[in-house]
Ligand binder design. Sequence first.
Ligand code: APR
Ligand code: ZN
Ligand code: ZN
Length: 370
Amino acid sequence: MIKSKAAIAWGPGQPLSIEEVDVMPPQAGEVLVRIVATGVCHTDAFTLSGEDPEGIFPAILGHEGGGVVEQVGEGVTSVAVGDHVVPLYTPECGECKFCKSGKTNLCQKIRETQGKGLMPDGTTRFYKDGEPIFHYMGCSTFSEYTVLPEIALAKVNKEAPLDEVCLLGCGVTTGMGAVMNTAKVEEGATVAVFGLGGVGLSAIIGAAMAKADRIIAIDINESKFDLARKLGATDCINPKDYEKSIQEVIVELTDGGVDYSFECIGNVHTMRSALECCHKGWGESVIIGVAGAGQEIATRPFQLVTGRVWKGSAFGGVKGRSELPGYVDRYMAGEFSLDDFITHRMPLESINEAFDLMHEGKSIRTVIEY
Ligand code: APR
Ligand code: ZN
Ligand code: ZN
């Protein structure tokens, strides 16, 4: 057992509390990881708010991390002490029906226990004064030391700065992967991106890497436009500047609609706009934003009958163990930059401030450094 500094979420709506917790040694098939840095994501805030129906307390949140393997449990062969890893909330076991299908990254091997805040054997590795603390999204990167199943670790290039590539553990991969993996945007395409937070800006980077001709960025917060342009957006639109619907504006601007659109907000109304701004006959809309529990999307079926396609992906459709290391290598090769995403850096002790900045729309990503 070791001691670790951690931010504990004791209950919904409460600020995180920085405390020392006990971390149990990794069991068979598990790995102890020392987290070097972690991003703070909207999903952490969603769970902390109490609105997440799957939210369980007390828990250690955080799922956008980078770390170093400290100790391996029995039978672990794919990572060794000293390896650099990015924790995966979507693991890759390689043997479940989902992994074997080759059609999805949604490995289900440990889904049930992970959703309950537990390790695959049904227990937790975190304790405070003898009482168990739950895991979160199978990652719990808001603890300096955390335990993960081997299948939930992507081994990445040791040269890569963990305080930057931690962002590939969620938001950045979600956006880039949706463009390159889910939609497979091709050279010359016209693309619309709704929402210019970390996820939408990553989609813009992906579209620029795919050599899209026109990249239309949509947000109601115009302070996001400069960075969107810097990353490759060719047009920036504020829906509030128009009387007509944003889909009508985009259809007119693009001679009939875009080839691909990406919803990176999590709002069911903009999901409809994103579908309906697609070109008749072939336009594809990919939902990446996570809507509130119980919400539903709507459109007229004729939109689909006439050839538009509505799809979605989680974690950009990226298979964490086999594909994420390649994203890290492309980053190291200079194909894209992450500096622009990291608007703030702070120690774990200030983590509540990171949540405030996010709620106020002042940050893209805050990186917590241990
Ligand atoms: N129309 C256009 N833009 C909007 C609208 C709207 N109706 N509502 C919000 N936005 C913009 C915000 O101004 C902000 O710039 O969408 C952006 C969302 O960015 P962030 O809040 O920073 O969120 P991000 O981290 O990018 O995640 C986006 O993906 O992973 C999910 O849960 C996450 O649903 C969220 C989404
Ligand atoms: Zn996230
Ligand atoms: Zn699997």
